[in-house]
Design a protein around this ligand. Structure first.
Ligand code: SF4
Length: 221
């Protein structure tokens, strides 16, 4: 169990899952570079948070910008949207009659991705909501701006275990203040920090270091 002063940003789990180095550059070194993609994503989140905070539509309660945290994960953040669906097996909500089941919905600019970063972030939100409302949440939704579709995400035990493992690793790296070395992959092209990280340059430098080392040992120095 973590105390509040040790909480890390929940949204960082998507960076961490994408690339440990990217996460460390943003969350440890505080480096960030806006590009068209991050700006569009930011605008989409702002829209999701800005509209009126609570809206009731029949059996559905829509809450925007709900602040969440988990002592177990040591993470805190904000949900784009939490839908509360009326359900006899749900939880009670102050000021509203009946019982309700929370379902997190995260808005993403762009299209569904090959990696699981978005699913992990949504599952971390669900774990926070479960801890806050003392309930179980089976699924949530990712809404992608590019195809304007929702995709359902089931919070399986494997996904939950992965979230817990990543959150633990994030805390360990944060404690050490350690930024992992570059490991260039094809996803570097989609990385918002490519210009700051310069993976190609660092790869060349590592080859040079290697050659230099070889020459030094040949000289016996
Ligand atoms: S450019 Fe590549 S190695 Fe560097 S932070 Fe981005 S994904 Fe990670």
């Amino acid at each position: 169990m973590y105390s509040e002063e040790d909480y890390l940003m929940l949204s960082g789990i998507q960076h961490f899952a994408f690339c440990r180095r990217q996460w460390a550059m943003i969350h440890i070194e505080q480096q960030w570079e806006e590009n068209a993609r991050t700006t569009a994503g930011e605008l989409m989140h702002k829209k999701a948070h800005d509209e009126s905070a609570i809206e009731k539509r029949g059996n559905l309660l829509i809450v925007r910008g709900l602040r969440i945290s988990s002592r177990e994960l040591g993470l805190s953040g904000q949900c784009d949207v939490v839908e509360f669906h009326q359900d006899a097996d749900g939880i009670e909500l102050f000021g509203y009659s009946g019982k309700w089941n929370p379902v997190p919905v995260e808005y993403k600019h762009g299209a569904p991705k090959e990696h699981q970063a978005d699913e992990l972030q949504l599952c971390a939100q669900a774990i926070c909501l479960e801890e806050m409302f003392q309930t179980e949440i089976a699924l949530g939704y990712l809404f992608y701006g590019e195809n304007r579709r929702r995709s359902q995400v089931e919070f399986t035990s494997d996904l939950r275990e992965e979230v817990k493992k990543l959150a633990k690793e994030m805390h360990e790296l944060f404690q050490k203040g350690y930024t992992p070395n570059v490991k260039p992959t094809k996803q570097c092209k989609a990385c918002s920090l490519e210009n700051l990280c310069v993976p190609k340059l660092q790869k060349v430098m590592r080859v040079r270091d290697y050659m230099k080392q070889g020459m030094t040992s040949d000289d016996g120095q």
